[in-house]
Design a protein around this ligand. Structure first.
Ligand code: UD1
Length: 440
């Protein structure tokens, strides 16, 4: 398995192009199942999770073509993907394809809505918690689906089509909202989804569905009202920027005392994070194609945060901000409210000398002037990039193993960092990844 080797101490200085959001691309790709016409996505990132979703969709009968789109977005060429589900050849998503990525469950809603049936393997647990899909299934039942669980598979049927209904999610669920949005577009009549997720990736999916002919109001609020239509058509859609990649590199600049121009992104995607980073010492200036982060003040203050659904602080930036806190002046506190087991990076950061105490869902971080490089192991996607950040700020050599987690969600990470002056290289391993994945 590949490893990443970093020699810390160099500032992150330069320009980084932010890719399309992984967590927007996955539901968008699944949405191609709702129509028999081609759907084209621009700004699709080059990531292992995108490949996993493409393999699953091809198994279901989707034809996929890839290309490079004409220059835009600051004069850069954007990768594009066209998906055509003119003939869905099976409505079964098998265990071997689903287990590798939790977000595979996003094919359940569109298959059920268009084909009237779907059999999808249960995604199972993952490193950051149990992560059930009961909220997806209950909401589908509210739309008239008959659901049974047999031998590890969800069997969903709506032989006479789904029926619009009013449903309140008891908890905010991102992929649950996305699955239900896709169901409701082709349901008979009006559906109201309350306590819906408002993440930018949900908004991106809703906007794409509208350009495919769906009728959705309340986009960007916690109440979505969908008037079902009998069919959707093809469309071309540009994937929203990856706000987690954006935040990660912004933290990198502040951790290393550098300056970066993040292009192809937008600070409004991070309404809680940007002011917090400013409070910690960053100077953030919007630019024509993104924003500039001046981190030369290094982290000045400890801060307290709580992870929450959007627009609150994103759980997917929790591990990275903890790394920054571990070199800030003073103490910081993190309370993780979304996932029950999302402090797996703590023992690894402690190996680099970070001072962190975990009590239940909270972690107290006492900043230290210097971390010291060490061998560490990535445990999940966001934890792995937090170890890369730590290595960038640490004295000496850090080797991060199990970097297949990183490849799921960070596009060409070592190339982007090396181009900005970080001493980083990938050490190629012999074995291929055979581990299970979960999307985060
Ligand atoms: C999505 C993101 C992930 C992010 C998370 C929270 C994708 C592909 N992944 O994951 O990166 O960390 O949102 O922002 O977009 N829950 C239930 N039952 C359910 C569904 C969820 O109990 O049926 C719980 C989960 O265990 C978790 C909480 O609800 O504690 C929120 O999970 P959810 O928003 O559904 O996360 P995902 O959509 O899986």
């Amino acid at each position: 398995m590949d490893k990443i080797r970093i020699i810390g101490g160099s500032p992150l200085n330069g320009i980084i192009r932010i890719g399309g959001a992984k967590n927007a691309s996955l539901p968008l790709m699944a949405a191609c199942l709702l129509t028999d016409e081609p759907v084209t996505f621009k700004n699709i990132p080059d990531l292992a999770d995108i490949t996993s979703m493409a393999i699953l969709l091809e198994h279901l009968g989707v034809q996929i073509g890839q290309g490079i789109d004409s220059p835009e977005n600051g004069g850069l060429q954007l990768p594009s993907m066209t998906l055509t589900a003119s003939h869905v050849k099976t409505t079964i998503a098998p265990y071997d394809l689903v287990r590798r990525m939790r977000a595979s469950v996003l094919v359940l809603g569109p298959l059920l809505a268009r084909m009237g049936q779907a059999v999808v393997s249960m995604p199972g647990g993952c490193a950051i918690g149990t992560r059930p899909i009961d909220l997806h299934l209950k909401a589908m039942e509210a739309l008239g689906a008959e659901i049974t669980l047999e031998e590890g598979y969800v069997h969903a049927r709506a032989p006479h089509g789904l029926k619009g209904a009013s449903h309140t999610f008891p908890l905010v669920t991102v992929t649950g909202t996305e699955n239900l949005l896709m169901c409701a577009c082709l349901a008979d009549g009006e559906t109201t989804l309350r306590n819906a997720a408002r993440e930018p990736e949900v908004i991106d999916l809703a906007n794409c569905l509208v350009s495919m002919g769906a009728q959705i109001s309340g986009i960007g609020t916690d109440t979505l009202v969908i008037q079902g239509v009998s069919r959707l058509h093809g469309a071309t859609h540009t994937v929203v920027a990856d706000r987690i990649e954006t935040g990660t590199y912004a933290i990198g600049a502040l951790m290393t005392g550098g300056q970066v121009d993040l292009i192809g992104t937008d600070p409004s995607l991070l309404p809680t994070f940007v002011p917090l980073l400013e409070e910690m010492g960053a100077i953030i200036t919007p630019t024509a194609h993104g924003f500039h982060v001046d981190g030369r003040n290094k982290p000045q203050h400890g801060v307290d945060i709580m992870t929450e659904p959007f627009p609150g602080f994103p759980t997917d930036l929790q591990a990275q901000i903890m790394t920054l806190m571990s070199v800030a002046q003073g103490a910081s506190m993190i309370t993780e409210t979304i996932f029950e087991n999302r402090f797996m990076h703590v023992p690894e950061l402690q190996r680099l000398g970070a001072s962190i105490n975990v009590h239940g869902a909270s972690a107290m971080i006492r900043g230290k002037p210097q971390l010291i490089g060490a061998p560490v192991m990535a445990t999940d996607l966001r934890a792995s990039v937090s170890l890369v950040l730590a290595g960038m700020a640490a004295q000496g050599e850090t080797i991060v193993s199990r970097v297949y987690h990183l490849d799921r969600g960070y596009e060409h990470v070592e190339d982007k960092l090396a181009a900005c002056g970080i001493n980083i290289e990938r050490i190629r391993g012999r074995d291929h990844d055979t581990e299970d994945h979960c999307a985060a």
